[in-house]
Design a protein around this ligand. Structure first.
Ligand code: COA
Ligand code: AMP
Length: 641
């Protein structure tokens, strides 16, 4: 398989990074302001597989904000906050952003936050959340953002692992159908966690006032206003390129979530490279990533990449549909002059469902809009073809993970668009040597399915390690195939070098572009006093891609109505993991299908639920159990003809 014969500048650029990574990445590093320029791109002997820019020092906030805050970009909008859920729009220029971030950093410094300290953020999509992330970066503190759709327990696990000195939170988030009071969840999380932050800074939103805990909680607006009035400022602290910028927790296979560490220098270099070369976006243009700052996509392409590149970033607090309609994204694109939109395929499916002919697009002037990028889950060819048709612009599927921080593969629009193959995420980005391996770790021929792995070292931007555990980094990603990073995604590379990602090889499912562990859900179900054993699988869903479905076997002497227990189980997952799990389906069954050695046959259950052809596993203990599973699914209208 080879990408050498592809058109445009891609083959030459990809090859340059492969032949001489030192020269390639040192040149890419020139896009940043360094306190001390790196002389070396890669140090192979440090960390679990090496570290990028070992002798460079820089500050992420300086690069994203301060260097644009004087001169030509001072008055250019840095953040365009557009919130249909509150009916608010607000633009902050780069100078104003610098001043807001500086004041907040001064407040954090007064609360004792300094280089290397952790700060957890539990915040909705408001500008203050970005100020918080950037203020941490300014001080060299490590931020850890927790998505607002996670429940108190998930927040507690993250607080306990990250051990933050301070938590930044808002009183509430706003979902179209309800106000989500964050503060009670934060209080519960702190009460549950063994680690207690010293202080919390609470942004009071008019939709819901939070009560403050005396001695611990501070009112955000008052504290920042006082710092501003007193002229307090905090300077950018020069950090080693290898110092962590943030920790972002992501679902692991069972057990506690993994704290993905993001270094400072390598990450910023990779993001800066991606903006013109992958996304084809120039400084001064407006970029709209419709994700959430709680996810990696939000960290990279709502916050750091557009700001680094001197773009205007759109911060959208709303949904693709229902706020108020399926034309919402097109309104934002038209109103703010967006050149590039990045969203999840599920959002596109939601829009397509409400506006199948794309008629709402005609209501808006999209003349400056150039491209739509999709990621977060497999982009189904139908939706991609639909979007191409109704938008008349390139629709580009690209593949990445929380761990990698930027795309592994995509169609590099800025280097010259390659032929689009629906269903494929196109070619590897520079620095990624991608292989499909068989179970024994041997590369398979083109067109053959296997586990997708990335040959070490990973390029700049990817995780150097897991928070607090090089050993877990090794066992989770590096041990399976020596010399490779195991992506836990299965897929195929074709003869042109195009990568197609087909699904996970572990217990992770992707629900509406959100990454969730079925093992984590099983642990919650198993904690119910009436449940003897359980299995959670992801079943196909036309809108969300997959949704979880839990099968439970009740304990022998339980005589309560199964429907009542099922309702409790649904509520339990919502309470303990969060609404984002979208766990709405619990099914009581007499038995679970197992192999003779006691392994639950989840893959076969999934094929039955998805109404896909399946064969009887040779090792099954009792074949009749699969019929029972089939019948219980059909009883709920799932998997029926
Ligand atoms: N805070 C609190 N609750 C949240 C939340 C947040 N930040 N985000 C989602 N939720 C809640 C939702 O309100 C919903 O609750 P409900 O069960 O009471 O209805 C639940 O979590 C599930 O949310 P979701 O799966 O997002 O479904 P939805 O029906 O609300 O919306 C889509 C469906 C397709 C519109 C929506 O999933 C979407 O926009 N997806 C794109 C995801 C994305 O951008 N991912 C980033 C990857 S790049
Ligand atoms: P997350 O860490 O939340 O970004 O989720 C990463 C996982 O989402 C990957 O391992 C894939 O399983 C899936 N994913 C992300 N982007 C794509 C894509 N473009 N095509 C297929 N799967 C994707």
């Amino acid at each position: 398989m080879t990408t050498a014969s592809l058109p445009g500048r891609y083959p030459e650029i990809y090859d340059a990074a492969r032949r001489d990574p030192e020269a390639f990445w040192l040149e890419a590093a020139g896009a940043l302001d360094w306190a001390q320029e790196p002389a070396q791109a890669f140090a192979p002997k440090s960390g679990p597989y090496g570290r990028w820019f070992p002798d460079g020092t820089l500050n992420a906030c300086h690069n994203a904000v301060d260097r644009h805050a004087e001169g030509a970009r001072a008055e250019q909008a840095a953040i365009l906050y557009d919130s249909p859920v509150t009916g608010t729009k607000r633009s902050s220029g780069y100078r104003e952003l610098r001043d807001s971030v500086t004041a907040l950093a001064a407040v954090l410094a007064e609360l004792g936050v300094g280089k290397g300290d952790r700060v957890v953020l539990y915040m909705p999509m408001v500008p203050e959340a970005l100020f918080g992330m950037l203020a941490c970066a300014r001080l060299g503190a490590v931020h850890s953002v927790v998505f607002g759709g996670f429940a108190a327990n998930e927040l507690a696990v993250r607080i306990e692992d990250a051990a933050p000195k301070v938590v930044l939170a808002a009183s509430c988030g706003l979902e179209p159908n309800r106000v989500v009071a964050y503060k009670p969840l934060l209080d519960l999380a702190i009460a549950t966690s063994r680690h207690k932050p010293e202080a919390c800074l609470i942004l009071q939103r008019p939709q819901c006032a939070a009560s403050l805990v005396a001695g611990r909680d501070h009112d955000w607006a008052e504290t920042v206003a006082a710092a501003e009035a007193a002229g307090k400022q905090a300077a950018c602290v020069a950090m080693a390129a290898t110092d962590p910028l943030y920790v972002l927790y992501t679902s692991g296979t069972t057990g506690k979530p993994k704290g993905v560490v993001r270094d400072t220098g390598g990450y910023l270099v990779a993001l800066a490279w991606s903006m013109p070369n992958l996304y084809g976006v120039q400084p001064g243009e407006t970029y709209f990533c419709a994700s959430d700052i709680g996810w990696v996509v939000g960290h990279s392409y709502i916050v750091y990449a557009p700001l680094l590149h001197g773009c205007t970033t759109v911060l959208y607090e709303g949904k693709p549909v229902g706020t108020p309609d399926a034309g919402a994204f097109w309104r934002v694109v038209a109103e703010h002059g967006v050149v590039c939109l990045f969203t999840a395929p599920t959002a596109l499916r939601a829009i397509k469902k409400e506006d199948p002919s794309g008629s709402l697009i005609g209501d808006y002037d999209l003349s400056v809009f150039r491209s739509l990028f999709l990621a977060g889950e497999r982009a189904d060819p139908d939706s991609v073809a639909w979007a191409e048709r109704v938008l008349g612009r390139p629709v580009i599927d690209h593949w990445w993970q929380t761990e990698t921080g930027w795309p592994i593969a995509g169609n590099p629009l800025g280097l010259g668009l390659l032929a689009v193959k629906h269903g494929s995420t196109c070619v590897p980005m520079p620095g990624y040597t991608v292989a499909v391996l068989d179970e024994g770790g041997k590369p398979v021929p083109p067109g053959t399915m296997g586990t997708i792995a990335i040959r070490l070292p990973l390029p700049p931007g990817c995780l150097p390690t897991l928070w607090g555990s090089d050993a877990r980094m090794h066992s989770s990603y590096l041990a399976t195939f020596p010399g490779y990073y195991d992506t836990s995604d299965a897929g195929v590379i074709d003869a042109d070098g195009y990568i197609t990602v087909l699904g996970r090889t572990d217990d992770i499912i992707n629900v509406a572009g959100h990454r969730l562990s079925t093992g984590g859900m099983e642990a919650v179900l198993a904690g119910h006093p009436d449940v003897a054993e359980c299995a959670v699988i992801g079943i196909r869903d036309a809108l969300k891609g997959e949704v979880p479905c839990g099968f439970v076997v009740l304990k022998a002497r339980v005589d309560r109505a199964p429907a009542d227990i099922e309702r409790e189980l649904v509520a339990k997952v919502r309470d303990e993991i969060g609404p984002v799990a979208a766990f709405k389906l619990a099914l009581t069954v007499q038995r679970l299908p197992k192999t003779r050695s006691g392994k639950i046959l989840r893959a076969t259950m999934k094929r039955i639920a998805d109404h896909e052809p399946w064969t009887m596993p040779a090792t099954i203990d009792d074949a009749a159990v699969l019929d029972e599973i089939d019948a219980s699914l059909k009883g709920r209208g799932i998997g029926a003809d």
